[in-house]
Design a protein around this ligand. Sequence first.
Ligand code: 5AD
Length: 354
Amino acid sequence: MEKQDTLIYKKLIDKLCANNYLLRDEYLFLIKNRDNCSNYLFKNASKVREKIYGKEIYIRGLIEFTNYCKNDCFYCGIRRSNKKIERYRLSKEEILKCAHEGYLLGFRTFVLQGGEDIYYTDEVLIDIISTIKSKYPDCAITISLGERSFDSYKNLREAGADRYLLRHETSNKLHYQKLHPREMSFENRIACLQNLKQLGYQVGCGFMVGSPFQIDEMLADELIFLKKVKPHMVGIGPFISHKDTPFCNKTSGTTELTLFMLGLIRLTLPNVLLPATTALATIDSNGREKAIIAGANVIMPNLSPINVRKNYMLYDNKLYLREESAQYINDLKSKMKAIDCTISTTRGDYKGDV
Ligand code: 5AD
């Protein structure tokens, strides 16, 4: 490669570091030429992560408490049309048991995640959230249960929920329609994110990398979108095909592109909470470590009862044992040590203006 070219990439990344912003075409240029500048990007992204969060990696205990879902997203293994999976719901007692185990292991954030399951009315959830909150007042509660009404989000917030994760999946409306059935609306998804922000949640959005029909231009647009929405968290992972979905034959996303997007996100939103996702660890055995080196600072091990984990298969071969398992926290600690990081047992709140 010509020295001149290297200089252009470096200059753009330096500009991104200085301004936390690039023009769409500049992002696009970097994405298209990522082979030539990923190391420089990661070096800068790591530096920014360290400046803001130090060497600490935050952990969240993930409780996947229902795999019932009323939606039928074309990519997702727990879509309602998938008749091949065994459905489960955890009772309040079972959820509390997960939280108790997590607390003893050092977790101070619990993520209650599930499909859009109408069984969990506001009343049921308020009871669960307020009980966890009263037993563990030093813990943060994150909810991730898809689209609900403003009033419902308000009720859960008042019951003690601190954060909400709702991936927007793509910021391109036409693309959104290619990933979802007709009855799902892009506008409603974005409205949900706005409502959550208005209610004072720490909000996480996110998208899949390499989802069917996605092109590089859309990834550049994702960065512009994130800059506008200013989420506190951004969850991204590679799309991975699931055998019992309409996208069973679609090509999966790659580690390399996911890492590059993580680096760009860290430099665009320096304070953001950025998880190294299970999807990335699923396609790459060193995915977690690579994500951190690219700018990520959060890991979300699984606290669900072992016997239900295999039923929460969003995509083929989703990991749920070893380091994905909360019980393996010590192995995770040594893995982090190997990349000069430590596991933090604090709530791990967003560091930045709220
Ligand atoms: N591959 C990767 N990620 C997926 N998700 C759902 N299905 C898949 C898949 N096949 C992600 C979506 C969703 C989150 C819970 O999991 O982004 O928001």
